[in-house]
Design a protein around this ligand. Structure first.
Ligand code: GFB
Length: 321
Protein backbone atom coordinates (compact mmCIF):
# COMPACT_ATOMS: atom_id res chain seq x y z
CA UNK A 1 0.00 0.00 0.00
CA UNK A 2 1.45 3.37 -0.94
CA UNK A 3 0.20 6.94 -1.12
CA UNK A 4 -0.06 6.23 -4.83
CA UNK A 5 -2.13 3.03 -4.28
CA UNK A 6 -5.52 2.99 -5.89
CA UNK A 7 -7.89 4.69 -3.48
CA UNK A 8 -10.34 1.86 -4.10
CA UNK A 9 -7.92 -0.89 -2.98
CA UNK A 10 -9.74 -3.39 -0.75
CA UNK A 11 -8.43 -2.75 2.78
CA UNK A 12 -9.67 -4.86 5.69
CA UNK A 13 -9.41 -3.41 9.19
CA UNK A 14 -9.84 -6.37 11.56
CA UNK A 15 -10.99 -4.87 14.86
CA UNK A 16 -12.45 -1.66 13.38
CA UNK A 17 -14.64 -0.89 16.40
CA UNK A 18 -11.77 -0.81 18.92
CA UNK A 19 -9.44 1.96 20.03
CA UNK A 20 -6.83 1.19 17.36
CA UNK A 21 -9.13 -0.03 14.58
CA UNK A 22 -11.37 3.02 14.73
CA UNK A 23 -8.31 5.27 14.52
CA UNK A 24 -6.98 3.34 11.49
CA UNK A 25 -10.38 3.63 9.76
CA UNK A 26 -10.52 7.40 10.48
CA UNK A 27 -7.05 7.80 9.05
CA UNK A 28 -7.75 5.72 5.91
CA UNK A 29 -10.94 7.70 5.29
CA UNK A 30 -9.07 10.99 5.75
CA UNK A 31 -6.53 9.79 3.16
CA UNK A 32 -9.34 9.16 0.66
CA UNK A 33 -9.47 5.35 0.71
CA UNK A 34 -12.97 4.35 -0.33
CA UNK A 35 -13.04 0.56 -0.05
CA UNK A 36 -12.51 -0.08 3.66
CA UNK A 37 -13.81 -3.50 4.67
CA UNK A 38 -15.05 -4.21 8.19
CA UNK A 39 -17.07 -6.92 9.91
CA UNK A 40 -18.71 -6.73 13.32
CA UNK A 41 -18.21 -9.46 15.93
CA UNK A 42 -21.73 -10.68 15.19
CA UNK A 43 -21.01 -10.93 11.47
CA UNK A 44 -17.65 -12.64 11.87
CA UNK A 45 -16.15 -14.50 14.84
CA UNK A 46 -12.43 -14.03 14.18
CA UNK A 47 -11.63 -17.08 16.35
CA UNK A 48 -13.42 -19.35 13.87
CA UNK A 49 -11.09 -20.39 11.02
CA UNK A 50 -13.85 -21.59 8.68
CA UNK A 51 -15.85 -18.39 9.15
CA UNK A 52 -12.73 -16.28 8.57
CA UNK A 53 -11.83 -18.33 5.47
CA UNK A 54 -15.33 -17.81 4.05
CA UNK A 55 -15.20 -14.08 4.73
CA UNK A 56 -11.77 -13.73 3.09
CA UNK A 57 -12.87 -15.77 0.05
CA UNK A 58 -15.93 -13.54 -0.37
CA UNK A 59 -14.17 -10.20 0.20
CA UNK A 60 -10.57 -10.86 -1.01
CA UNK A 61 -8.88 -8.01 0.88
CA UNK A 62 -5.67 -6.77 -0.73
CA UNK A 63 -4.37 -5.18 2.47
CA UNK A 64 -5.10 -6.19 6.06
CA UNK A 65 -4.60 -4.27 9.29
CA UNK A 66 -4.75 -7.01 11.94
CA UNK A 67 -5.55 -4.86 14.98
CA UNK A 68 -8.27 -7.04 16.53
CA UNK A 69 -7.94 -8.75 19.89
CA UNK A 70 -9.07 -9.16 23.45
CA UNK A 71 -7.25 -6.41 25.37
CA UNK A 72 -7.33 -4.83 28.79
CA UNK A 73 -5.42 -3.39 31.70
CA UNK A 74 -3.52 -5.05 34.50
CA UNK A 75 -6.62 -6.30 36.38
CA UNK A 76 -8.37 -7.77 33.33
CA UNK A 77 -5.14 -9.49 32.25
CA UNK A 78 -4.71 -11.02 35.72
CA UNK A 79 -8.33 -12.17 36.16
CA UNK A 80 -9.20 -13.36 32.61
CA UNK A 81 -5.96 -15.06 31.45
CA UNK A 82 -7.73 -17.80 29.49
CA UNK A 83 -9.64 -15.31 27.33
CA UNK A 84 -6.52 -13.25 26.77
CA UNK A 85 -4.45 -16.17 25.52
CA UNK A 86 -7.15 -18.13 23.65
CA UNK A 87 -8.90 -15.26 21.86
CA UNK A 88 -5.69 -13.61 20.75
CA UNK A 89 -3.89 -16.76 19.62
CA UNK A 90 -6.93 -17.81 17.61
CA UNK A 91 -7.58 -14.39 16.06
CA UNK A 92 -3.97 -13.97 14.96
CA UNK A 93 -3.79 -17.47 13.50
CA UNK A 94 -7.09 -17.44 11.60
CA UNK A 95 -6.52 -14.03 9.99
CA UNK A 96 -2.87 -14.64 9.06
CA UNK A 97 -3.74 -18.04 7.58
CA UNK A 98 -6.73 -16.73 5.59
CA UNK A 99 -4.68 -13.78 4.32
CA UNK A 100 -2.04 -16.22 3.07
CA UNK A 101 -4.65 -18.48 1.42
CA UNK A 102 -6.41 -15.63 -0.34
CA UNK A 103 -3.21 -13.95 -1.52
CA UNK A 104 -3.48 -10.75 0.53
CA UNK A 105 -0.75 -8.45 -0.78
CA UNK A 106 0.31 -7.08 2.60
CA UNK A 107 -0.70 -7.51 6.23
CA UNK A 108 0.26 -5.43 9.26
CA UNK A 109 0.01 -7.21 12.60
CA UNK A 110 -0.12 -5.20 15.80
CA UNK A 111 1.49 -6.54 18.98
CA UNK A 112 2.24 -4.88 22.30
CA UNK A 113 5.24 -3.70 24.31
CA UNK A 114 4.45 -6.33 26.98
CA UNK A 115 6.15 -8.92 24.71
CA UNK A 116 9.51 -7.89 26.22
CA UNK A 117 10.94 -9.47 29.40
CA UNK A 118 9.92 -8.00 32.76
CA UNK A 119 13.53 -7.10 33.60
CA UNK A 120 14.37 -5.93 30.08
CA UNK A 121 17.16 -3.35 29.73
CA UNK A 122 15.58 0.07 29.07
CA UNK A 123 14.78 1.37 26.55
CA UNK A 124 13.69 -1.96 25.06
CA UNK A 125 15.10 -2.80 21.65
CA UNK A 126 13.51 -5.16 19.13
CA UNK A 127 16.38 -7.64 19.72
CA UNK A 128 15.39 -8.04 23.39
CA UNK A 129 12.43 -10.24 22.42
CA UNK A 130 12.62 -13.68 24.10
CA UNK A 131 15.72 -12.75 26.11
CA UNK A 132 14.17 -13.34 29.59
CA UNK A 133 11.06 -14.20 31.66
CA UNK A 134 7.86 -12.19 31.05
CA UNK A 135 5.85 -10.05 33.52
CA UNK A 136 3.46 -12.50 35.29
CA UNK A 137 0.41 -10.15 35.27
CA UNK A 138 0.23 -10.29 31.48
CA UNK A 139 2.17 -13.40 30.49
CA UNK A 140 -0.74 -15.19 28.69
CA UNK A 141 -1.47 -12.08 26.59
CA UNK A 142 2.23 -11.54 25.88
CA UNK A 143 2.70 -15.16 24.79
CA UNK A 144 -0.18 -14.79 22.30
CA UNK A 145 1.30 -11.52 21.01
CA UNK A 146 4.74 -13.12 20.58
CA UNK A 147 3.08 -16.00 18.70
CA UNK A 148 1.56 -13.38 16.34
CA UNK A 149 5.02 -12.01 15.49
CA UNK A 150 6.32 -15.52 14.89
CA UNK A 151 3.31 -16.35 12.69
CA UNK A 152 4.04 -13.39 10.42
CA UNK A 153 7.73 -14.29 10.25
CA UNK A 154 6.99 -17.96 9.52
CA UNK A 155 4.51 -17.19 6.72
CA UNK A 156 7.01 -14.71 5.29
CA UNK A 157 9.84 -17.28 5.35
CA UNK A 158 7.91 -20.32 4.13
CA UNK A 159 5.39 -18.73 1.76
CA UNK A 160 6.94 -15.36 0.91
CA UNK A 161 4.01 -13.39 2.38
CA UNK A 162 4.61 -9.66 2.94
CA UNK A 163 3.39 -9.74 6.55
CA UNK A 164 4.92 -7.19 8.94
CA UNK A 165 4.60 -6.54 12.69
CA UNK A 166 4.49 -3.33 14.74
CA UNK A 167 4.82 -3.26 18.55
CA UNK A 168 3.14 -0.21 20.06
CA UNK A 169 3.66 1.10 23.55
CA UNK A 170 0.66 1.79 25.90
CA UNK A 171 -2.02 3.54 23.84
CA UNK A 172 -4.83 5.98 24.64
CA UNK A 173 -7.30 8.21 22.82
CA UNK A 174 -10.90 8.47 21.62
CA UNK A 175 -12.98 5.25 21.74
CA UNK A 176 -10.85 3.86 24.56
CA UNK A 177 -12.35 1.56 27.21
CA UNK A 178 -13.30 3.59 30.31
CA UNK A 179 -14.66 0.63 32.33
CA UNK A 180 -12.70 0.64 35.60
CA UNK A 181 -12.53 -3.16 35.85
CA UNK A 182 -10.96 -3.72 32.44
CA UNK A 183 -9.38 -0.45 31.28
CA UNK A 184 -5.77 0.63 31.09
CA UNK A 185 -4.44 3.21 33.49
CA UNK A 186 -4.91 6.40 31.46
CA UNK A 187 -8.65 6.09 30.73
CA UNK A 188 -9.15 4.69 34.26
CA UNK A 189 -7.57 7.77 35.82
CA UNK A 190 -9.61 10.06 33.58
CA UNK A 191 -12.83 8.38 34.67
CA UNK A 192 -11.80 8.32 38.37
CA UNK A 193 -10.96 12.04 38.47
CA UNK A 194 -14.10 12.87 36.50
CA UNK A 195 -16.40 10.81 38.73
CA UNK A 196 -14.78 12.27 41.88
CA UNK A 197 -15.25 15.82 40.56
CA UNK A 198 -18.91 15.19 39.70
CA UNK A 199 -19.56 13.58 43.11
CA UNK A 200 -17.57 16.27 44.98
CA UNK A 201 -15.21 13.64 46.46
CA UNK A 202 -11.82 15.14 47.44
CA UNK A 203 -9.73 11.95 47.01
CA UNK A 204 -8.88 9.74 44.04
CA UNK A 205 -7.34 6.30 44.55
CA UNK A 206 -4.47 5.24 42.28
CA UNK A 207 -3.58 1.54 42.12
CA UNK A 208 -0.09 0.44 43.17
CA UNK A 209 2.75 2.63 44.42
CA UNK A 210 2.77 5.17 41.59
CA UNK A 211 6.44 4.31 40.96
CA UNK A 212 6.18 2.21 37.75
CA UNK A 213 7.17 4.04 34.59
CA UNK A 214 5.09 3.92 31.40
CA UNK A 215 5.24 5.43 27.91
CA UNK A 216 1.99 6.56 26.23
CA UNK A 217 1.20 7.11 22.55
CA UNK A 218 -1.95 8.74 21.19
CA UNK A 219 -3.82 6.31 18.98
CA UNK A 220 -3.98 8.81 16.09
CA UNK A 221 -0.18 8.82 16.08
CA UNK A 222 -0.24 5.01 16.09
CA UNK A 223 -2.65 4.94 13.12
CA UNK A 224 -0.30 7.28 11.28
CA UNK A 225 2.62 4.95 12.06
CA UNK A 226 0.63 1.90 10.89
CA UNK A 227 -0.03 3.49 7.48
CA UNK A 228 3.59 4.64 7.31
CA UNK A 229 4.87 1.09 7.95
CA UNK A 230 2.33 -0.42 5.54
CA UNK A 231 3.74 1.90 2.86
CA UNK A 232 7.44 1.85 3.65
CA UNK A 233 8.45 -1.25 5.61
CA UNK A 234 8.73 -4.83 4.44
CA UNK A 235 11.20 -6.42 6.86
CA UNK A 236 11.07 -9.59 8.93
CA UNK A 237 11.78 -7.88 12.27
CA UNK A 238 8.92 -6.33 14.29
CA UNK A 239 9.20 -2.54 14.71
CA UNK A 240 8.66 -0.68 18.02
CA UNK A 241 6.19 2.21 17.87
CA UNK A 242 6.28 4.76 20.68
CA UNK A 243 7.42 8.21 21.71
CA UNK A 244 10.68 7.22 23.40
CA UNK A 245 9.58 9.19 26.53
CA UNK A 246 8.11 7.87 29.77
CA UNK A 247 6.94 9.05 33.20
CA UNK A 248 5.91 7.52 36.50
CA UNK A 249 2.27 6.60 37.14
CA UNK A 250 2.30 9.31 39.84
CA UNK A 251 3.39 11.91 37.27
CA UNK A 252 0.72 10.68 34.88
CA UNK A 253 -1.92 10.91 37.64
CA UNK A 254 -0.81 14.47 38.41
CA UNK A 255 -1.11 15.37 34.73
CA UNK A 256 -4.61 13.89 34.41
CA UNK A 257 -5.59 15.61 37.66
CA UNK A 258 -4.39 18.94 36.21
CA UNK A 259 -6.69 18.47 33.20
CA UNK A 260 -9.74 17.03 34.95
CA UNK A 261 -9.90 17.97 38.66
CA UNK A 262 -6.94 20.03 39.95
CA UNK A 263 -8.30 20.18 43.53
CA UNK A 264 -8.22 16.38 44.00
CA UNK A 265 -5.89 14.60 46.44
CA UNK A 266 -4.06 11.43 45.34
CA UNK A 267 -4.20 8.29 47.49
CA UNK A 268 -2.11 5.23 46.55
CA UNK A 269 -3.47 1.71 47.11
CA UNK A 270 -0.33 -0.43 47.38
CA UNK A 271 -2.41 -3.61 47.71
CA UNK A 272 -2.99 -3.37 43.93
CA UNK A 273 -0.24 -4.66 41.59
CA UNK A 274 2.36 -2.40 40.02
CA UNK A 275 3.10 -4.77 37.15
CA UNK A 276 6.26 -4.24 35.10
CA UNK A 277 8.56 -1.68 36.78
CA UNK A 278 9.30 0.13 33.51
CA UNK A 279 8.21 -0.16 29.88
CA UNK A 280 9.98 2.24 27.54
CA UNK A 281 10.51 1.37 23.90
CA UNK A 282 13.66 2.12 21.96
CA UNK A 283 12.21 3.72 18.85
CA UNK A 284 15.47 4.39 17.02
CA UNK A 285 14.57 1.96 14.21
CA UNK A 286 11.27 3.75 13.56
CA UNK A 287 12.98 7.15 13.73
CA UNK A 288 15.62 5.92 11.25
CA UNK A 289 12.82 4.90 8.89
CA UNK A 290 11.58 8.51 9.08
CA UNK A 291 8.59 8.48 11.47
CA UNK A 292 8.07 10.44 14.71
CA UNK A 293 5.02 11.03 16.89
CA UNK A 294 3.42 14.48 16.85
CA UNK A 295 0.90 14.55 19.72
CA UNK A 296 2.37 15.64 23.08
CA UNK A 297 0.99 13.68 26.04
CA UNK A 298 -0.65 16.67 27.77
CA UNK A 299 -2.41 17.74 24.56
CA UNK A 300 -3.55 14.16 23.95
CA UNK A 301 -4.87 13.84 27.51
CA UNK A 302 -6.79 17.12 27.15
CA UNK A 303 -8.37 16.18 23.81
CA UNK A 304 -9.19 12.65 25.00
CA UNK A 305 -10.88 14.10 28.09
CA UNK A 306 -13.02 16.31 25.84
CA UNK A 307 -13.98 13.17 23.88
CA UNK A 308 -14.79 11.35 27.12
CA UNK A 309 -17.04 14.17 28.34
CA UNK A 310 -18.86 14.27 24.99
CA UNK A 311 -19.38 10.51 24.73
CA UNK A 312 -19.20 8.92 28.16
CA UNK A 313 -19.84 11.34 30.96
CA UNK A 314 -23.31 9.87 31.49
CA UNK A 315 -21.92 6.38 32.11
CA UNK A 316 -21.50 4.65 35.47
CA UNK A 317 -18.08 3.42 36.68
CA UNK A 318 -18.62 0.04 35.02
CA UNK A 319 -18.98 1.66 31.61
CA UNK A 320 -22.77 1.12 31.41
CA UNK A 321 -25.51 3.71 31.30
O1 GFB B 1 -2.36 0.36 32.11
P1 GFB B 1 -2.23 -0.78 33.04
O2 GFB B 1 -3.49 -1.44 33.48
O3 GFB B 1 -1.34 -1.91 32.44
O4 GFB B 1 -1.50 -0.28 34.38
P2 GFB B 1 0.22 -2.26 32.26
C1 GFB B 1 -0.32 0.49 34.35
C2 GFB B 1 0.08 0.90 35.77
O5 GFB B 1 -0.89 1.85 36.25
C3 GFB B 1 0.13 -0.23 36.79
C4 GFB B 1 -1.29 1.49 37.57
O6 GFB B 1 1.23 -0.02 37.64
C5 GFB B 1 -1.18 -0.04 37.57
O7 GFB B 1 -1.15 -0.55 38.89
N1 GFB B 1 -2.64 2.02 37.85
C6 GFB B 1 -2.92 2.97 38.77
C7 GFB B 1 -3.80 1.64 37.29
N2 GFB B 1 -4.24 3.19 38.85
C8 GFB B 1 -4.82 2.38 37.93
C9 GFB B 1 -6.17 2.18 37.53
O8 GFB B 1 -7.11 2.77 38.05
N3 GFB B 1 -6.38 1.28 36.52
C10 GFB B 1 -5.35 0.60 35.92
N4 GFB B 1 -5.64 -0.25 34.91
N5 GFB B 1 -4.06 0.76 36.30
C11 GFB B 1 -0.85 -3.74 30.45
C12 GFB B 1 -0.84 -5.19 30.18
O9 GFB B 1 0.09 -3.58 31.43
O10 GFB B 1 -0.47 -2.93 29.38
C13 GFB B 1 -1.35 -5.54 28.84
O11 GFB B 1 -1.55 -5.84 31.21
C14 GFB B 1 -0.89 -4.59 27.75
O12 GFB B 1 -0.96 -6.84 28.54
C15 GFB B 1 -1.05 -3.16 28.14
O13 GFB B 1 0.44 -4.84 27.40
C16 GFB B 1 -0.52 -2.19 27.12
O14 GFB B 1 0.95 -1.21 31.50
O15 GFB B 1 0.83 -2.64 33.57
Amino acid sequence: MTQASAKDARIYVAGHAGLVGSAVVRRLQADGFTNILTATRRELDLRDQSAVDRWFAANRPEYVFLVAGTVGGILANSTRPAEFIYDNMMIHATVVHAAYREGTRKLLYLGSSCIYPRECPQPMREEHLLSGPLEPTNEPYAVAKIAGIKLCQAYRRQYGCDFISAMPTNLYGPADNFDLASSHVLPALMRKFHDAKVAGRPEVTIWGTGAPRREFLHVDDLADACLFLMERYDGDLHINVGTGEDQTIRELAEMVRGVVYPEARLVFDATKPDGTPRKLLDVSRLHALGWRHTIALRDGVASTYRWFVDHHAGLRGDGRR
